[in-house]
Design a protein around this ligand. Structure first.
Ligand code: HH2
Length: 275
């Protein structure tokens, strides 16, 4: 297509491809535990259109057991180093709640810390992020992965998530992380029933109104299986529907396992919504 066509413009969204260097992630556990496989997968996701890669060495699926720090470091640091070497312009994110892992990942080339505990998991995490100049994703989770799906309850889920994210953002700013570096995420599937997830997606504009870029992670999650009856490998249509609607409601960053189809869906969505 000629210059000035859709490709010439910056898309109003970013795709974050998931690279799980784990034996037990809920949808791709064991597939990319091998470093060569993880790096090749990350490069493929970038080729498909991801501008951010989220590298993780600890599953946060419901029921997951914590991973020791040295094991998590062994899983992720060599993968980040190699991805950064091969594609220096790629934004690499580290999905961890451990400060030591974040520090090592930042040293290896990461520019974003994706902490699903929103700085509550490790008392040194805030300082590690503040000192680095990296961006930080603060995600809402009720409880901890091992037990979070055991009867989650809220007074009112959207108000509770908003209050949590506001409080965590204040804590991050107080610890020296400028607000301009913060990304917010309502944490779909993290201590939430089907109804909670759907309410958060329906009213995502209220999270967007907090004033920071919103990241959304629905890819292949179990609430899509509850709605469609599909198993984890067949939830792409549900992933597409939720990402398109989240885009329409103001989300900016889309954390997905399959980049190419989501990119197509968001390109069409972006061309369709009013500028
Ligand atoms: N979801 C998962 C992991 N990390 N981070 C953010 N910010 N938002 C999310 O929705 C999110 C996340 C779960 O997906 P996955 O990494 O594929 O699974 P696992 O945690 O089992 O490795």
């Amino acid at each position: 297509m000629s210059a000035g066509g859709p490709e010439a413009e910056q898309p109003p969204f970013a795709l974050m491809g998931v690279v799980n260097v784990t034996p037990d992630s809920f949808s791709d556990g064991g597939r990319y535990l091998d470093h060569d496989a993880a790096v090749a997968h990350g490069l493929d996701l970038q080729d498909e259109g991801a501008t951010i890669l989220d590298v993780g060495g600890e599953s946060t699926r419901p029921g997951a057991e914590p991973v020791p720090e040295d094991e998590e470091l062994r899983r992720v640091v060599p993968v980040i180093e190699r991805l950064h070497d091969e594609r220096p312009s790629l934004a690499i994110s580290i999905d961890t709640s451990k400060a030591a892992v974040a520090r090592a990942a930042l040293g290896a080339g990461c520019v974003l810390v994706n902490d699903v505990t929103a700085l509550r998991g490790d008392p040194e995490m805030a300082e590690a992020v503040a000192a680095s100049g990296a961006q930080l994703c603060l995600m809402h989770m009720l409880g901890e992965p091992r037990t979070m799906q055991e009867n989650p309850r809220y007074d009112e889920v959207v108000s509770d998530v908003k209050a949590f994210l506001t409080e965590r953002m204040d804590a991050a700013v107080a610890a020296g992380i400028p607000e301009s570096r913060i990304i917010l995420d309502p944490g779909i599937g993290f201590g939430k029933t089907l109804a909670h997830n759907l309410t958060l997606l329906r009213r995502l504009d209220e999270i967007v109104a907090l004033g920071r870029p919103v990241l959304i992670g629905t890819s292949r999650k179990s609430f899509l299986g509850q709605l469609t009856g599909r198993d984890v490998g067949s939830r792409l249509p549900g992933t597409l529907a939720t990402n398109v609607l989240a885009f329409e409601r103001g989300a900016k960053i889309f954390r997905v396992h399959e980049v190419a189809p989501v990119l197509d869906a968001l390109k069409v969505a972006a061309a369709t919504v009013a500028p």
